[in-house]
Ligand binder design. Structure first.
Ligand code: IVH
Length: 668
């Protein structure tokens, strides 16, 4: 076939498939069965392989995911991606309304929209073609995730008009896709995602677009970045324009004449929320008229014409069937409530930590109780309280054991701690948890080696310490339940790859007492190698910012242990990297700034910068930003309502600045 003939077929196929896709995903009105779509797509792929020059930027074949990237490029946004101020109750909303009225008078209306719980993205179109998409990042600079975004079927690759514009919206994972994804992860022994938002963010931050393509994400667009240039007069007209251009917007939006209607809309969605196919975490209220939006203006962080009402954490009632005991990596024995499975804030919950015995007494929890459960921060399940009035008399008191449920050694309560601990260093539960910690995401990050696989390997005595992980063979892995050849080979690759990790991951993974991931990074950065660290004295260690006496002592005694020396030798022999590979710490002299080399603490409410922004700017000028005030602190930046840190800094005679002074200096 010659290219002319192919051109017609390819264009027809592309248009047809794009039309089917729009009908299916955006309009929710499929006009052909999936099998027909798949057949035509395969045909198109074949033609485009034969005639690559016919693969236009809007070809649906871009949706399957392109080449793997090394990293995401940074993208500076054309206008800042702001966030919204929050309202938590009716008073906050009425306050907001009062301010709007003061600024624009009595003649105004709002648009209420669902606040989609995903992640903000921005999409650029040139002459109607999708050219680039990015994450919000810090609001000014985000990451280029174009290839991943192309895999979202509801993002048009070509608009219905040849316009140049930038649009913003929320990418998210529908509840159904999330459940299917987590089910698969659990079956493979991998760590499930905590909620659909994390799953969506994780998927869009995959460097391999083919993986993102498998994740079934979706998007609602809610704004045009440079709305003024489109000729529309209001936000609601802007949304209609988005619809006309072929974007997917959320149609649950409602124009409200005043705050009473807004409150009604909010209370309605509080109830209907669980029936939605996706998670929402609130309602966004926006002044509709663009002129009025302009009159209201914005603060540094958010527009004054909009507010986000956040729903209170969802609470549900279930039965507490039992209290299970878990021995953690450090020997702490934690009671965990075993619940009748119940859906709350997007996932099914069957366990909730009870922290310690004191909390069980305080909340008067008995086994068999009806309890109220919520997810703290919408992530961690928590027992809020007991419905004592619903007791039948069959409920049982719970008592903490005197001996370790795993190794039977006597438990101790260390001075000043509420927790009970098993202090037997050979306790199998502690060893197993230590292994799980070693392979976890922030430590050696070995993909495919989750809690379940580690427990199996440990249970079968194939690994007894972390060095054994590097001695595993394919044969041993294949002997495990539900481990196929492909998974075994992937796992061995992941183990091999982890040998090259920079030192801080290994340090954190080893689980040295008091050394968290941040301290591990500092130690690795400052000392550079395991060798140097193992020889450092407590004095040398405490001279490093952020490293206190307790941590220094713990590090020194860790390296003094003979078992540790043995373990390190084995790891080294296995080829595990012992050097720091990240950027070298820049010495203060290399910065031309008065902040260089200074230890600075931020406290109180900042109003122009966020804490994160202030920290980033200070660190970029060579400062260390620390969380607590001590004699090592050089400067305290105190925002509004600063409390104990300010008092402490003053008592230690440390310099104190307000935010304005900070900004003035930063601007120099
Ligand atoms: S408007 C200028 N509308 O909520 C403000 N945001 O802090 C632009 N979000 O990160 C935001 N649904 O990603 C707007 N219907 C909606 C939204 C929405 C979710 C997110 C947005 C932003 C956060 C607000």
């Amino acid at each position: 076939m010659d290219i002319k003939a192919a051109q017609k077929i390819v264009t027809d196929l592309q248009n047809l498939l794009n039309q089917y896709s729009y009908e299916y995903y955006v309009m929710d009105k499929p006009s052909v069965p999936d099998s027909e779509y798949d057949k035509l797509l395969r045909e198109l792929i074949e033609y485009e392989e034969q005639f690559p020059e016919l693969r236009t930027p809007d070809s649906p074949t871009h949706r399957v995911g392109g080449a793997i990237l090394d990293m995401f490029e940074k993208v500076e946004h054309s206008s800042p991606m702001l966030s919204l101020a929050n309202a938590f109750n009716e008073d906050d909303l009425r306050d907001f309304d009062r301010k709007v009225r003061q600024a624009v008078g009595e003649d105004y209306s709002y648009v209420c929209e669902l606040k989609i719980d995903g992640l903000a993205v921005t999409l650029q179109y040139e002459n109607g073609y999708f050219t680039r998409g990015a994450t919000r990042g810090d609001g000014t600079v985000g990451e280029d995730i174009t290839e991943n975004l192309k895999t979202i079927k509801t993002i048009p690759l070509k608009l219905k008009e040849a316009v140049t514009l930038e649009v913003r919206g929320e990418a998210f994972m529908p509840k159904k896709s999330f459940e299917a994804l987590n089910k698969g992860k659990e079956e493979r022994g991998e760590e499930p995602f905590a909620n659909p938002r994390n799953a969506a963010a994780g998927s869009l931050r995959q460097l391999d677009p083919k993986l993102a393509a498998k994740r079934k994400l979706d998007i609602f667009l809610y704004a045009i970045a440079d709305l003024g240039e489109t000729g529309v007069k209001s936000h609601s007209e802007g949304l209609d324009l988005l619809d006309r251009l072929g974007f997917k917007t959320n149609h649950e939006r409602k124009k409200c004449a005043g705050i009473e209607e807004v409150l009604e809309y909010i209370s309605g969605w509080g109830e209907k929320r669980p029936n939605l196919a996706y998670d929402i975490d609130g309602i966004v209220v926006k002044v509709d008229s663009l002129d009025q939006q302009e009159e209201l203006g914005r603060t540094a962080k958010s527009p004054r014409w909009s507010i986000a009402y956040k729903f209170p954490a969802e609470e549900v009632i279930t039965t507490l069937r039992d209290i299970e005991l878990n021995v953690g990596r450090t020997g702490v024995v934690t009671p965990t409530a075993i619940l009748d499975p119940v859906r709350v804030a997007g996932t099914t919950v069957q366990r909730a930590t009870l922290h310690n015995e004191d909390l069980i007494r305080e909340k008067n929890i008995k086994i068999g109780d009806k309890v109220v459960v919520k997810k703290a921060g919408d992530i961690i399940p928590e027992v809020v309280n007991v419905l004592a009035e619903q007791r039948t008399g069959d409920e049982k008191d719970f008592f903490m054991p005197t001996h370790c449920p795993e190794c039977d050694s006597e438990l101790v309560r260390l001075e000043g701690e509420v927790a009970l601990r098993c202090i037997n260093p050979k306790c199998p539960a502690q060893i197993r948890e230590g292994l799980i910690h070693f392979v976890s995401r922030n430590a050696m990050n070995i993909d495919g080696l989750g809690e379940k696989v580690i427990s199996q390997l440990f249970g079968e005595h194939l690994i007894k310490d972390v060095a054994d992980i590097y001695k595993l063979t394919e044969e041993q892995l294949l002997g495990l339940e539900r481990m196929g050849e492909k998974s075994a080979s992937n796992l061995l690759h992941a183990i091999q790859a982890s040998k090259g990790n920079s030192l801080e991951r290994l340090l954190f993974g080893l689980g040295i007492r008091h050394v968290g991931s941040k301290a591990a990074k500092t130690l690795a950065q400052e000392l550079g190698s395991m060798e140097a660290l193992s020889k450092a004295t407590a004095e040398e260690l405490t001279s490093i910012n952020e490293i206190g006496g307790k941590m220094a002592d713990s590090v020194v005694s860790y390296f003094e242990m003979e078992e540790v020396q043995e373990l390190l030798k084995e790891l080294e022999a296995a080829g595990v990297n012992f050097e720091y590979k990240g950027p070298r710490p820049v010495s203060p002299e290399e910065f031309d700034s008065i902040f260089a080399g200074k230890t600075i603490v931020l406290t109180g409410k900042l109003s122009i910068l966020t804490r994160g922004e202030a920290q980033e700017k200070l660190e970029a000028l060579g400062a260390k930003v620390s969380g607590s005030v001590s004699k090592k602190t050089d400067l305290l930046i105190a925002g509004e309502d600063a409390g104990s840190k300010l008092a402490k800094a003053e008592s230690l005679g440390i310099d104190v600045w307000d935010e304005e002074q900070l900004i003035e200096e930063l601007n120099k």
